[in-house]
Design a binder for this molecule. Structure first.
Ligand SMILES: [Zn+2]
Length: 110
């Protein structure tokens, strides 16, 4: 992979991360609004507790699936080091771009 392709794939995965963060934040906001609305209705405390438990479990499953999707996508786009399999699309990707090397093992990438 050349550096131009790496930069394009890095931009693509950053856009996907931003999309998933927006979806997650929107769902969290909707869940919080629903919880506030439910607390003002005549729902029993047991029902409200059950809603909160299901909402927390659902949100945790959603975050886990988002992270798994991003990991799969970064592996598919070749954003992992071929030597040590480290993900190169994380917050240290600027080191990879500046040095053309893996920040973990130092392998020359481009
Ligand atoms: Zn490496």
């Amino acid at each position: 992979m050349d550096k131009q392709t790496f930069l394009q794939n890095l931009a693509q995965i950053r856009r996907r991360k931003l999309l998933l963060i927006r979806i997650g934040a929107s769902l969290l906001f909707i869940t919080l609004c629903t919880s506030m609305w439910l607390s003002k209705t005549r729902i029993s405390p047991h029902g409200l507790l059950m809603f909160k438990g299901i909402a927390i479990a659902g949100f945790a499953a959603l975050v886990y699936s988002f992270i798994a999707m991003l990991q799969h996508m970064s592996r598919r786009l070749g954003l992992h080091c071929p030597n040590c399999s480290r993900n190169l699309s994380g917050p240290l990707s600027h080191k990879v771009i500046a040095s053309d090397q893996c920040f973990q093992c130092g392998m020359k990438l481009f």
